[in-house]
Design a protein around this ligand. Structure first.
Ligand SMILES: O=C(O)c1ccccc1N[C@@H]1O[C@H](COP(=O)(O)O)[C@@H](O)[C@H]1O
Length: 219
């Protein structure tokens, strides 16, 4: 299966086009007010229309309630819901049933003990996204540009597609893929010039670097 590349936290028409033209498989939109990448529903509607099926639209939320998800469904009509909070397995099941969209559950990783939640989530989620566990005093649970120890995933036996995120950039994505054997990568800070400000050249470089690893692995 080919590598999935997700560019997350897009907030302008220009940088969304850059990500789409460069071949992103997934484009992520953040609906979480404390984030520098937070989008209003209207901005989400506008950017969502621009995607025109060129990539999968991912709505990132953090412990969102049904009313918030209803509004996001109406505005963006996402292809995938990325749940990046402390949503329980039961909440995942509810969300899948109510909204009828594939769910990608973010799992925060700092130590091997963090992987103990996997059997529960794997029974319901469509995909797992491993991200670095945020510090306790962080204003958001992700999008901090911090990596985790990829070797924790080295012997992972997960019967579910998974992606890796957290502090990725064009310079380290190849090593992250080599160690984790993930089927996809997700980046936000590593393609920005400042928090929330996407950089076209960094987006292109990231996608190029990720695709280059794929070419190496099929040889
Ligand atoms: O991007 C955000 O602001 C954000 C807010 C709340 C939860 C997750 C968020 N982003 C996700 O975090 C990871 C890692 O991002 P980074 O590359 O280290 O900046 C990624 O999955 C983003 O989708």
């Amino acid at each position: 299966m080919s590598l999935l590349v997700k560019i997350c936290g897009l907030s302008t028409r220009e940088t969304l086009d850059v990500a789409l033209d460069a071949g992103a498989d997934m484009v992520g939109f953040v609906f979480f007010p404390p984030s520098p990448r937070h989008l209003s529903l209207e901005a989400g509607r506008d950017l969502g229309r621009q995607v025109k099926r060129r990539a999968l639209k991912v709505a990132l939320t953090v412990d969102a309630d049904d009313a918030t998800l209803d509004n996001i469904m109406d505005a963006l009509s996402p292809d995938i819901l990325q749940l990046h909070g402390k949503e329980s397995v039961a909440r995942l099941r509810d969300i899948k049933q109510r909204f009828g969209r594939p769910v990608m559950k973010a799992v925060p990783v700092a130590t091997a003990a963090d992987l103990a939640v996997l059997p529960g989530y794997a029974a319901v989620a469509d995909r797992i996204l491993f991200d670095a566990r945020a510090p306790k005093d962080a204003t958001r649970p992700g999008g901090l540009g911090a990596p985790f120890d990829w070797h924790l995933l080295e012997n992972l036996d997960l019967k579910l597609p998974y992606m890796v995120s957290g502090g990725l950039d064009a310079g380290n994505v190849a090593e992250a893929l080599r160690v984790t054997r993930a089927g996809g990568v997700d980046v936000s800070s590593g393609v920005e010039s400042a928090p929330g400000v996407k950089d076209p050249q960094l987006i292109e470089a990231f996608i190029r670097a990720a695709r280059a690893t794929q070419e190496l692995s099929v040889r």
